[in-house]
Write a protein that binds this ligand. Sequence first.
Ligand SMILES: [Zn+2]
Ligand SMILES: [Zn+2]
Ligand SMILES: [Zn+2]
Length: 140
Amino acid sequence: MSIGLDEKCHGMLKQAQLYRTEARVAVLKVLFEAVGPLRQDQIAERLPDGGRNKVTIYRTLESLVDAGLVHRAFMQERAWHFELAHHCTDRQCHPHFTCSNCGTTHCLKDFSMPMAPRFYKGFVIQHQQVRLEGLCPACA
Ligand SMILES: [Zn+2]
Ligand SMILES: [Zn+2]
Ligand SMILES: [Zn+2]
């Protein structure tokens, strides 16, 4: 574990005006080191204590999501996948691509989608999350 990462996580919590707890820092670190969005159980097994306390992890994730530090990226097989919000903007998450052959989901961090209008037939559009499907480079 690098000291830099700890400081980064502390800074994020401070900016979001969230109390610094061991669990919050640990979950943020796991998400920083992840290559893609993770399910709650995948986060748990990467925690230093093996994520024994499921309630704590659930509440920790909820508080990080409420504060806008973590996003629910997408749902797959009835489970939310979480990731840090630092590659998203307030109005738009980066798109996710799921391969219909191998089932792997990728973050398309540099892929920009045209933004939906703010208002449409009485709907007020506040946030855009796009999910793409097809074949990944390995399967294509
Ligand atoms: Zn996002
Ligand atoms: Zn694939
Ligand atoms: Zn992503």
